[in-house]
Design a binder for this molecule. Structure first.
Ligand code: ZN
Length: 138
């Protein structure tokens, strides 16, 4: 299997994975983000337990990259404190800008590193993460 095939399977797996899709009733935080250049829309619903992000769901439409990035992000951020989540989101941004980042923090999200030479796709991948940052009030 080539790296390209693996990458595409990874994206499609998360794109089709419905585990994190839906709404949370009585959520503590909610935020909607849009990437007009591609037509991506993401709404995040976040349930907090004190300082810990206990549950995240998302609703949205758009390209496979934006939607799969939301699914991957939720896998990583659930169970993290706000402080840790912000650090992880900042590292994701650094990775996409081609800067030094901590790959241990990003887990599976390092798959999106190959997008860094495609500026329009970067906006797609970054949308859920930036929306999450706004939801957290950061
Ligand atoms: Zn997109």
């Amino acid at each position: 299997m080539s790296l390209e095939e693996l990458y595409s399977d990874f994206i499609m797996y998360h794109y089709k994975n419905p585990n994190h899709r839906g709404e949370i009733e009585n959520c503590d935080l909610t935020e909607k983000g849009a990437n007009l250049s591609c037509g991506d829309e993401i709404t995040l619903y976040v349930k907090m337990n004190g300082d810990v992000i206990s549950n995240i769901k998302f609703d949205g439409q758009g390209c496979a990259i934006s939607q799969s990035s939301a699914s991957v992000m939720i896998d990583i951020l659930e169970g993290k404190t706000i402080e840790d989540a912000v650090r992880i989101i900042e590292n994701f941004g650094r990775m996409l800008r081609g800067e030094k980042f901590d790959d241990m923090l990003l887990e599976d999200a390092t798959f999106f590193e190959s997008l860094k030479s495609y500026p329009l796709r970067i906006k797609c991948a970054n949308l859920p993460w930036q929306t999450m940052l706004v939801a957290l009030g950061k």
